[in-house]
Design a protein around this ligand. Structure first.
Ligand code: GDP
Ligand code: ZN
Length: 291
């Protein structure tokens, strides 16, 4: 029997950390060492543990591996990708989508855009929005949790990764997870979940292993974002589709709004979507998303 094991923290409750290892889940306590160093273990951490009692599956956390990323709300580390969910009804909130994409881009997180509730728009108007984001370089999936459309593609895109679903309340995140993974049984349209964001919640963020090496973050929500902390001059770097052109503007400090000889503006309507660009200008000029 090995007395040291490697694993991943999948849940943390009241000072106990649940660590998934190759021989099952161990309940571990953190050593005082971490507290002294001001490190707190979080869900998603890759760790080394020493076994106290193998039969009881208990151990001590000994070491936390360096994190490749860390989200603040929900608190979770080493996420491989974000699936950003939006819904075609009442309409796709493009400001919300842009905002999430900027934050993910800033943090170096991979994003898949999932346009859900496609069953509610027989005219498929959502395809216009989808194409704009595809043009920007994002993978876009079209789903209906209700009618099981596009779910296999989404499931396949999650393979061998740790994924978090993001997006506003009501777009269908819980429904999608329930449809993909029956073991979830998340409350759909749940009042208690919605109130639960406040003081009554007892739900903890956890990682669910839904396949070998495939994890999904189960969390009360990754529903909000703020780009307020991103400097206006930095916003341009949060646009994937601007990146190839940023060095080609006449002014080195061009912010691609009213400058002449701007390499970004020259691409608008070609490989930069007009709507995306116009909203970028609004954000930079400061009359949107100033939450
Ligand atoms: P969440 O807040 O993002 O987790 O959204 P929920 O999963 O709770 O879904 C909100 C509401 O949208 C519920 O009434 C669901 O039944 C409904 N819903 C979710 N997905 C779909 C879908 O693909 N099509 C339709 N028509 N309704 C859906
Ligand atoms: Zn420019």
């Amino acid at each position: 029997m090995k007395d040291m094991l490697t694993g991943r923290i999948v849940k943390g409750v009241g000072g106990n950390y649940y660590v998934m290892t190759e021989i099952g889940e161990f309940v571990c306590q953190a050593r005082g060492l971490f507290r002294k160093k001001g490190i707190s273990p979080i869900v998603g951490d890759f760790v080394e543990i020493s076994v106290i009692d193998c039969a009881k599956a208990t151990g001590y956390l000994q070491k936390i591996m360096p994190r490749k990323n860390e989200l603040v709300r929900p608190k979770v580390a080493n996420i491989d990708q974000v699936v950003l969910v939006c819904a075609v009804v009442p309409q796709i909130n493009l400001d919300v989508v842009d905002g999430f994409l900027m934050v993910c881009e800033k943090q170096g997180l991979d994003v898949i855009l999932c346009i859900n509730k496609v069953d509610l728009d027989v005219n498929k108007q959502y395809l216009d929005a989808g194409r704009a984001y595809e043009m920007a370089g994002y993978e876009v999936l079209y789903t209906s949790a209700e009618q099981s459309v596009g779910l296999e593609n989404l499931r396949a895109a999650m393979d061998d990764k740790a994924t978090i679903l993001a997006g506003p309340s009501g777009v269908g995140k819980s429904s999608i997870l329930n449809a993909l993974f029956p073991q979830f049984t998340l409350e759909v349209g749940g009042l208690s979940e919605k109130i639960g964001r406040g003081k009554h919640t007892t739900r903890h963020t956890s990682l669910l292993e839904v396949g070998n090496g495939t994890y999904v973050v189960d969390s009360p929500g990754f529903t909000s974002f703020s780009i307020a902390h991103i400097d206006k001059r930095q916003l341009q770097y949060c646009y994937r589709e601007f990146k190839p052109y940023l060095d080609n503007c006449y002014y080195v400090d061009c912010i691609h709004v009213s400058e002449h000889d701007c390499a970004v503006k020259e691409r608008v309507g070609i490989d930069i979507d007009i709507g995306r660009y116009e909203r970028y200008v609004h954000y930079v000029l400061g009359d949107r998303l100033n939450d």
